[in-house]
Ligand binder design. Sequence first.
Ligand code: FES
Length: 114
Amino acid sequence: MSVSDLVQLCRLDEVPDGEGRTIDYEGTAYAVFNLEGEFFVLQDQCTHGPGSLGEGIVEDGEVECDFHNGRFKIATGEPTAPPCVAPVAMWEVTLRDGAVWIDPKAALVSGIDF
Ligand code: FES
């Protein structure tokens, strides 16, 4: 990953501790989470359906989809509760200049089709 591939998704202060936010970047929705100052970026769309993970409930390091209450571990993108069975894509996060940056082309886990 070269620094020039990184894009800024949001400022750190846009995502309060213990919460997530949906951030749109060039037509793709990302879910950005802040867990005690550690930031994670997952695909926003739940792998079970149309739920938005950035709008889900964050609890114990997991996010609960508000559509059918499936859950994912935020640090890995792995599903932890049915009906979700497929992981969500996630991206390596770089914190720079008070903001969250990712390389959109370098998902660490391949989730649903983009
Ligand atoms: S859409 Fe997320 S649990 Fe069904």
